[in-house]
Design a protein around this ligand. Structure first.
Ligand code: ATP
Ligand code: MG
Ligand code: MG
Ligand code: MG
Length: 467
């Protein structure tokens, strides 16, 4: 039956509450317990210390709908937006968690019951993966849930083995996929076409079974735990009878709003999807206290805003538009996230200022890019041009790469980094020999820069969730 996104969120939390899970509110996108993690990218982030045994809670079963951002950092889906049916920079992850309480059997039973009994997905559209050595999970799916053997795929890659870090809790995963039908390109997990969007992963069940030591050996954890994550927008798509996440209720309304403020004609335009995606991540990041800046989290936010603005420009927006979408977003998601309504005015202001600032150089930068592309031989945009656009016109390199990709081109990232390095050295030299005021400003600017793909930043990021 048809369900709205809000109804699915409620049905999930209610189901797990009825199975004695504590309903826990979403935590901030800025992880409070881990300065090395760029953004909250999974439901388990706020429970990390509980899993490690370093923090105690008055419950050992929990459920949540967690706001997540996967942009910048190692878990980066920014480049997938506009290209796949299933990826966002911002999404909600529904999850149930066992802290040393139930394990594989109940985790699988709960998931199967929710999918086939509560929201009544047709069983024949579902298939699952298990880690290749995990006979226990295979048998639970086969013998207890009654899945045919050919619907249970053994996977031997890291995709189905999760670890919190190089040492510590780890264990096999079991993922549940939905088959959207043979008219869509893609193959089952483990096949060469698995990256297509026919078989879409909806739910990842992680079994924290072992403790890995520094020498690589693993021993069973004294108490075994469960961490699961299901993408709300992906399950919404299924329940609303559509293939792409971008066709679900929330997105259709955002896309219409985006078309209205950019003068776009074609509601199917990929740029509208990008904008609808980006307003969610940007608004929620600002609501959680991230401000556009030239480094770290703030630079990821700035890059997303500038990409959205560029796509609006491409659609034909003639004035600042991005901040005008906050109201539509608050209408769609304000009930589940009241902070969005409370902070609406400040979010609008930050976005407007940021867009106005970039708007001043965007047209000129795009004109220079167009001009240079005319004489370009080959399909790689040279590093010094990428650098000039960055340095003079405020184009983050990934924005130039986004433009390039639309024309089946790439950018010379190495060349860009080298140009950055040259500028940094020159600024240093100038500093040594008594630079004038302008040079000093430049030097400050460059030392602030943390790498357009946040490499320096992610160097220290501990990946919590590598499902
Ligand atoms: P995929 O292989 O499709 O990229 P994933 O394996 O990276 O997904 P997990 O890390 O296992 O995803 O996250 C748990 C669940 O969260 C996924 O099964 C999916 O339903 C959802 N999810 C993950 N990334 C995104 C995203 N960028 N946008 C929307 N939903 C997502
Ligand atoms: Mg992924
Ligand atoms: Mg996964
Ligand atoms: Mg996956």
């Amino acid at each position: 039956q048809h369900m709205t996104t809000a109804e699915i969120r409620n049905a999930f939390l209610n189901y797990f509450a009825s199975e004695q899970h504590q309903v826990v509110p979403s935590s901030s996108l800025v992880p409070g317990n881990d300065p090395t993690l760029l953004f909250t990218n999974a439901g388990m982030v706020q429970f990390k210390d509980v899993f490690l045994g370093a923090e105690r809670r008055p419950y050992n079963r929990a459920t949540s709908s967690q706001r997540c951002v996967r942009a910048g950092g190692k878990h980066n889906d920014l480049e997938n937006v506009g290209y796949t049916a299933r990826h966002h920079t911002f999404f909600e992850m529904l999850g149930n968690f066992s802290f040393g309480n139930y394990f594989k059997q109940d985790a699988i039973k709960f998931a199967w019951q929710f999918l086939t009994d509560v929201i009544k997905l047709p069983k024949d559209k579902l298939l699952v993966t298990v880690y290749h050595t995990d006979d226990e999970a295979f048998d639970i799916w086969h013998k207890e849930m009654g899945l045919a053997e050919d619907k249970i795929i053994r996977i031997d890659t890291a995709d189905n083995f999760w670890s919190m870090g190089d040492t510590g809790p780890c264990g096999p995963c079991s993922e549940i996929f939905y088959d959207h039908g043979e008219e869509i390109w893609g193959g089952p997990p483990g096949s060469p076409e698995e990256d297509g969007d026919r078989f879409i992963e909806i739910w990842n069940l992680v079994f924290m079974q072992y403790n890995r030591h520094a020498d690589g050996t693993m021993e069973p954890l004294p108490s075994q735990s469960v961490d699961t994550g299901m993408g709300l927008e992906r399950i919404s798509a299924i329940m609303q009878g559509v293939h792409s996440n971008y066709e679900i209720d929330i997105f259709q309304n955002l896309i219409k709003a985006a078309a209205a403020v950019t003068n776009a004609q074609d509601l199917e335009d990929k740029s509208l999807r990008v904008i609808a995606d980006h307003i969610r991540s940007c608004a929620f990041l600002i609501a959680d206290g991230v401000m556009p800046s030239n480094e770290g989290r703030g630079y990821v936010l700035r890059r997303i805003i500038r990409r959205a603005v560029r796509h609006g420009n491409k659609l034909g927006a003639t004035e600042t538009f991005f901040h005008k979408l906050v109201a539509a977003l608050a209408t769609e998601m304000g009930e589940a996230y009241p902070e969005l309504i409370k902070q609406q005015a400040i979010i609008e202001k930050v976005l407007r200022i940021e867009e106005e600032q970039f708007g001043k150089t965007l047209d000129r930068g795009l004109a220079i890019l167009e001009e240079s592309l005319k004489d370009l031989k080959g399909d790689v945009i040279p590093g010094d041009l990428v650098f000039k656009l960055y340095d003079t016109y405020g184009f983050p390199a990934d924005l130039t790469a986004d433009v390039a990709r639309e024309r089946f081109m790439t950018i010379d990232e190495r060349g860009f980094q080298e140009a950055m390095e040259v500028q940094r050295k020159q600024a240093q030299q100038a500093g040594k020999f008594g630079a004038d005021y302008n040079d000093q400003l430049k030097s400050e600017k460059t030392t602030e820069f943390k790498g357009y793909d946040s490499e320096q930043y992610t160097g220290t990021v501990v990946e919590l969730f590598s499902g």
